[in-house]
Design a protein around this ligand. Structure first.
Ligand SMILES: C[S@@+](CC[C@H](N)C(=O)[O-])C[C@H]1O[C@@H](n2cnc3c(N)ncnc32)[C@H](O)[C@@H]1O
Length: 350
């Protein structure tokens, strides 16, 4: 067995830049094929613009990550960052999918599934049964789950893990790395955010729920010792009242109709203990950072995100208040993180 090699803190920026260059490079063949198929409909940015915004994003996330490393919450290991065989295998799968996926995009086909996906998606809500991101088979197959993390990294030029780690910011204000507490993660998917919570807080008990058994299975392959995955809708949780200390989600809310967002925060409020913490990490919203406003307009057209526009126009803070959360705080980098607490009951004066 290869020993685990810890990446020294000083090497972090170099590793992150190398990772970003790799994924940016991998995006070019995909863009070239997409452009051939979509022709004039293909939206593109100049390489100069792309590199400028990437540099800004790397800078934004670097400080946050270095603080988290300093606090002993993020431990980077070479083996976790570099898995050459898996990487190459998945990149070929992504290359294979780019042609059908570009045709889906060209003809706006967003509810097309194989029989494997049909079977896996049976019983899930209608808003969910679609090819988000023009992804082949949506969230319905093993292959979709295998390539999901890699696809997201190509989309965000290798920054997606650093973006997800923002979830640790509000947790770090409340918990020490050795603390024991119960976390519910909504829409945990393949565990790409879960793994960071699990490593930062090895004594926490993490329950992840997701509508996709295929994604949960991929998550289980990460072998996180303090994690249990359950197939369940976030808007209809099969847990007792006041069962968790923390409820969190990463990149879930922008894929939900507004009505469902209201329901999931209501459920989160119910299953949280008094004083419990809610944390949501997702895309920036309208008005958060003017320099990203144009990107928020383009994203939903390019990636079949039918609920994204409404998401950007209704601040998460407004949803929190409606559900009854207090002490609302936000962190903005290239993502938005909002935390809140379920208030303690006010004692009645006699
Ligand atoms: C964009 S992915 C995000 C996955 C992961 N949290 C991450 O950081 O990449 C959205 C995930 O939410 C799940 N999902 C969508 N709607 C859901 C719902 N109503 N209840 C539970 N999971 C849901 C999807 O199956 C998918 O795994």
């Amino acid at each position: 067995m290869i020993p685990k090699i810890k990446i020294p803190k000083k090497a972090y920026p170099t590793i992150q830049i190398a990772k970003s260059i790799l994924y940016l490079g991998e995006s070019f063949p995909l863009k070239l094929i997409g452009k051939k198929i979509l022709k004039d409909d293909y939206q593109t940015r100049s390489l100069k613009d792309e590199i400028a915004s990437l540099r800004q994003a790397i800078e934004d996330l670097k400080t946050q990550d270095q603080e988290l490393i300093e606090q002993g919450l993020v431990h980077l290991h070479l083996q976790d960052e570099i898995k050459p065989l898996k990487h190459i295998k998945n990149y070929f799968k992504i290359l294979k999918n780019v042609i059908p996926s570009s045709y889906q995009k060209k003809y706006n086909v967003n509810k097309h599934f194989s029989s494997e996906a049909e079977a896996n998606l049976e019983g899930t809500p209608d808003y969910y049964k679609r090819n988000f991101h023009f992804q082949i088979d949506g969230y319905g197959t093993k292959e979709s789950a295998e390539i999901y993390d890699h696809q997201v990294d190509i989309l965000f030029s290798g920054l997606s893990d650093a973006m997800r780690r923002t979830v640790l910011k509000p947790l770090s204000l409340r918990y020490e790395p050795t603390d024991h507490f119960r976390v519910l993660e909504l829409g945990c998917g393949t565990g790409s955010a879960t793994q960071w919570i699990s490593k930062a807080y090895p004594n926490a008990e993490i329950i992840g729920v997701d509508l996709s058994e295929a994604y949960l299975n991929e998550c289980r392959l990460k072998n996180l010792p303090n994690f249990t995955g359950l197939k369940m809708a976030a808007e209809s949780l099969d847990f007792d009242d006041a069962d968790f200390d923390v409820v969190c989600s990463v990149f879930l809310t922008h894929e939900l109709p507004q009505k469902v967002i209201t329901e999931i925060f209501k459920e989160a409020h119910r299953v949280l203990k008094d004083g419990g913490l809610i944390v949501t990490v997702d895309s920036l919203q309208s008005g958060d950072r003017p320099e990203y406003e144009e990107g928020l307009e383009v994203f939903p057209q390019e990636f079949h995100e039918p609920f994204f526009k409404a998401y950007t126009q209704t601040p998460l803070q407004k949803h929190y208040k409606k559900a009854g959360f207090k002490d609302i705080q936000q962190w903005l980098n290239i993502v938005k993180c909002v935390s809140g607490t379920k208030p303690l009951p006010t004692s009645k004066k006699s």
